[in-house]
Write a protein that binds this ligand. Structure first.
Ligand code: PMP
Length: 304
């Protein structure tokens, strides 16, 4: 099957899809992106993702390249043309191509790229059934992790370290010894007295769309929830740990830096939340209360 990519208004063969060498995404990582899950041919939580995209762009003073509704059409068409039933669609928007200079160019049209790919759901389910390992790494990222920037070098370094250690994810640790989030996921623990803990929104983490859906599902279940930072020691002492993301849904973490968490197997609550999230996803995120931009930190939490 031939793959196609959307590039600046055209659907082009994957092998020929390209942006300019002076694109500011390439030169300066001057752009943002979104990854949206495709479930049975439909986008999951598209309104939350497009809202977050708009916010990320606004923070960088890049104009929306088109309306959210038009972007949605581009994403749906990219999925359709690539015949993706279950998988992911990536949308990337940069400030555009301009003669190399750090300050913003005047009147440059943003670059817009979308690609879609299928995901092996069997492999993901097998990982979730066994649980996966995580390692810790220092969080060496910049001060605006709430923006979904394409500047992903530190995430790539952390993920590579995880891979070399035979682990699935790297949990990033701030200077106070507290976990910020995973390299491409939000980090959660379940304490010994069954409290669900995940770091609160601030500039130190990306407000995950999956994080906010899982929080909502947990609330509906009447679970006890604390949005606060936790230490590595607390994670090692926890009953359970897991990560949430568009690509992993809810993924149990069964060891951290080689030390088992809980009984060393996937936790009950993680399993339950994964099942609830899968059901939610099959409904494509419908039934969700109005989006209140949950990835926006309240002003008092904006600073690290
Ligand atoms: N944190 C980081 C740093 C990420 O890259 C991601 C995935 N893009 C997440 C959290 C999870 O966000 P979401 O649930 O919206 O995929």
């Amino acid at each position: 099957m031939s793959r196609v990519a959307y590039v600046n208004g055209r659907y082009v063969p994957y092998a020929k899809a390209a942006v300019h060498v002076e694109d500011r995404g390439f030169q300066f990582a001057d752009g943002v992106y979104e990854v949206i899950a495709v479930n049975q041919g439909r986008l999951v939580d598209s309104s939350g993702h497009l809202q977050r995209l708009e916010r990320s762009l606004a923070e960088l003073r890049i104009g929306m390249p088109m309306t959210r509704a038009a972007l949605l059409v581009v994403l749906q068409e990219t999925i359709r043309r690539n015949r993706v039933r279950n998988g992911l669609v990536y949308l990337q928007v940069t400030r555009g191509a301009a003669r190399r200079e750090f300050a913003f160019p005047a009147d440059t049209a943003p670059t817009v790229v979308a690609i879609a790919r299928a995901v092996d759901m069997g492999k993901a389910a097998a990982n979730a059934a066994k649980g996966v390992a995580a390692i810790t790494r220092p969080d060496i990222r910049w001060g605006r992790c709430d923006i979904k920037s394409v500047g992903l070098l530190s995430a790539a370094l952390a993920k590579q370290a995880a891979k070399e250690a035979g682990a699935y994810e790297a949990w990033l640790v701030d200077r106070d010894g507290k976990v910020t989030e995973g390299s491409s996921s939000n980090a959660w623990i379940v304490t010994r007295d069954n409290v669900l803990v995940t770091r609160g929104l601030s500039r130190a983490i990306l407000g995950g769309i999956t994080r906010s859906a899982v929080l909502e599902l947990a609330r509906r279940e009447g679970l006890r929830i604390e949005e606060r930072a936790f230490t590595v020691a607390e994670a090692l002492d926890a009953r359970e740990a897991f990560v949430t993301s568009t690509t992993s849904f809810v993924m149990p973490i069964v060891s951290l830096d080689g030390k088992p968490i809980g009984n060393g197997g996937p936790g009950l609550l993680a399993g339950k939340l994964r099942a609830l999230y899968e059901a939610y996803m099959t409904g494509h995120g419908a039934g969700r209360p109005e989006w209140e931009a949950p990835f926006l930190a309240p002003p008092e939490a904006q600073a690290r």
